[in-house]
Design a protein around this ligand. Structure first.
Ligand code: COA
Length: 180
């Protein structure tokens, strides 16, 4: 997907994104709700893996700041992995460089993805999930109109029992509830 919002460009990954994205993934504060930070090699592998999944329709893609060309981070949508209780479905997610927090960029990019999902792809629903204690991410979900569905709380299937980050919450947005 390629799209422009007021302040952002949403686009596929490019070679120049590697260094700034590796820095985002190596930042302990950005990654505090993930089991581990990424090494540079893991960022390379991640970009290769998500770039391979990219299509005209879905993907976790690069977000660039229009005014500066700076990489803001990653925002996008992908099919929920089959091992998650929310599957089958489409999820939306985000991860931004710390110096771009607090500007409304995650919400701005996410709204463009939601519009694409509902208006161009005709999806009936889009979900999002995160660790129960990830308040900033839950706030983005609420800001873009998603609703917490307590009945769908789940334990992250890739994490061992007892792992602190295991309890996850799920938010939903149905096409008919999307506010343009
Ligand atoms: C989750 C994350 C993307 C949220 O970033 P964020 O900058 O707080 O989110 P938004 O883009 O929605 O910005 C909203 C904030 O910007 C402020 N803001 C400033 N200008 C704004 C504008 N023009 N429009 C909207 N909000 C604006 C808002 O007041 C709001 O602050 P508040 O939450 O204190 O009310 C960020 O914390 C992050 O990358 N975290 C680490 C990765 C992660 O955990 N990802 C989720 C995994 S599931």
């Amino acid at each position: 997907m390629r799209a422009e919002t007021e302040r952002l460009i949403l686009r596929p990954w490019e070679a120049r994104d590697l260094e700034p994205f590796a820095a985002i993934n190596a930042d302990a504060e950005v990654m505090r709700f993930f089991p581990a930070r990424f090494t540079r090699e893991e960022t390379v592998a991640y970009i290769e893996r998500i770039a391979a999944l990219e299509s005209e329709d879905l993907g976790f893609q690069a977000v660039e700041e229009k005014a500066t060309g700076d990489l803001v981070g990653v925002v996008g949508m992908a099919p929920v992995k089959p091992e998650y209780p929310a599957a089958p479905g489409v999820e939306i997610g985000w991860r931004l460089a710390r110096h771009h927090w607090g500007k409304g960029y995650a919400s701005e990019a996410a709204r463009a993805w939601l519009a694409h999902g509902f208006d161009n792809l005709g999806l009936p629903e889009i979900v999002a999930f995160t660790y129960v204690g990830n308040t900033p991410s839950r706030r983005v979900m609420e800001r873009i109109g998603m609703r917490y569905d307590p009945a769908s709380d789940f334990e992250h299937p890739a994490l061992a029992e007892g792992h602190m980050l295991r309890p996850h919450v799920l938010y939903r947005l149905k096409a008919e509830d999307f506010q343009r």
